[in-house]
Structure formats: C-alpha cells, structure tokens
Design a binder for this molecule. Sequence first.
Ligand SMILES: Nc1nc2c(ncn2[C@@H]2O[C@H](COP(=O)(O)OP(=O)(O)O)[C@@H](O)[C@H]2O)c(=O)[nH]1
Ligand SMILES: [Mg+2]
Length: 196
Amino acid sequence: MCCGDNENKSPQKQALKTKQNQQGQKKDVKVVMLGDKAVGKSSLASRFCFDKFQSEYEITIGGVYNSVDMAVKGQQLKIHLWDTAGEEKFKSLLSLYYRDANAAIIVYDITQIETFNSIQGWLTELDDKIQKDGMVLALVGNKCDCLESDRKVPKQKASEFAKTHGMIFYETSAKTGEGVKPMFTQLIEQYAQDKL
Ligand SMILES: Nc1nc2c(ncn2[C@@H]2O[C@H](COP(=O)(O)OP(=O)(O)O)[C@@H](O)[C@H]2O)c(=O)[nH]1
Ligand SMILES: [Mg+2]
C-alpha cells in the first residue's frame, strides 16, 4: 500500500479525476468518513494513509482528501478517501462528500456514549444512498487503546447494532494502529466482492 495525493480538493475536481482514472488500469473506490466531532476520523485517515498519529486536535473544515493504492484479491484499486467534519455547522456540506461514495465508515468513540447514540442519525443521513446504491458500510468504535474503565460503549452492543444494520464492525485505535488496516481492507474487499 502507498499513498499518493495529499491535497484539499473540491469534490467536483475529484469527481473529474475519478472519471479519468476509470480509463486507466486502477478501479476507483470512493470512501467517506463520517461521525461526530473528535471521535478520530482524521486520525484514522492519517493512520491509514501515512501510518502517522498526532495527539493534538485539529479541526477539519469541510472535507479533506487523500488517496491510497491498494491491491485486493488481485485487483488494483485506487481508494479515494474523504474525511469530513462532524460539526453541526458543516452538515449542509456533507452530501457533497458522500453522494457519489461507494462506502462509508461511521466512527464513534468507545469512551463517549453520545457519539455512539449519534450513529442512527448518521445512518438516516445516508438513507437514500443505502437504499438506492447499496453503499457498503462500516461501524467503527475508535480509541480502543483507552483504559477499559473509561469504556462507555460495550463491544457486544455495538457489534449487534452493526449486524442489525448490515455493517462491518471493528474497534480500532488510530493511536496504536490496532484494527485500522484490517477494517479498511475488509471494507474494500466487501465492496470489491459485491460491486466490482
Ligand atoms: N487515545 C486515542 N486518542 C485518539 C485516537 N484517535 C484520535 N484520538 C484523539 O482524539 C482527538 C480527535 O481526533 P480527530 O482525528 O481530530 O477527530 P475527528 O474530529 O473525528 O477528525 C485528537 O486529540 C486525537 O489525537 C485513538 O485511537 N486513541
Ligand atoms: Mg477531523
């Protein structure tokens, strides 16, 4: 796996580039990261793309784009990863980022119960895409490196929720890297199996 671009781009410019790529050898897969603020979306994207983690919180404005090349089951894929802002004030921009996405990763923080309680709202936001396009979905409980005594969301409860909603489920740590690559790999494999 390697990482190519690291740019802030408009969704429109990226859609054009994605189209151009389709004429090349790599198949394009667009993945969007969603979830409340501060759950670790940007950190997971940074761990996946650059194998890096930073502990200071930096607000994400609108959306941030990166791409990663991946080989899955003999197919060369280009993953276009869009990290979005979870803040309410950026919500009106969200559909720009997910409307042509093939897969979505919905992230919560295992130490903050309200971020798990928001998952249903994120699914409702995506409802049209799920119904019409059969978007592939992952539910991700991040910050699993935290002390077990700080845990507010039982793993079993989240896993059952994911199963009920046809989502892949992982607990991850962007800090240590635990579960990050396996989660992305399973998501992309599922997409490749269902749709390519
Ligand atoms: N302990 C721990 N902290 C994390 C993890 N992922 C992110 N953070 C921290 O949580 C805060 C918010 O992370 P960020 O990726 O900016 O969240 P976002 O708003 O969802 O993009 C930052 O201070 C990160 O360093 C993790 O896996 N473990
Ligand atoms: Mg962010």
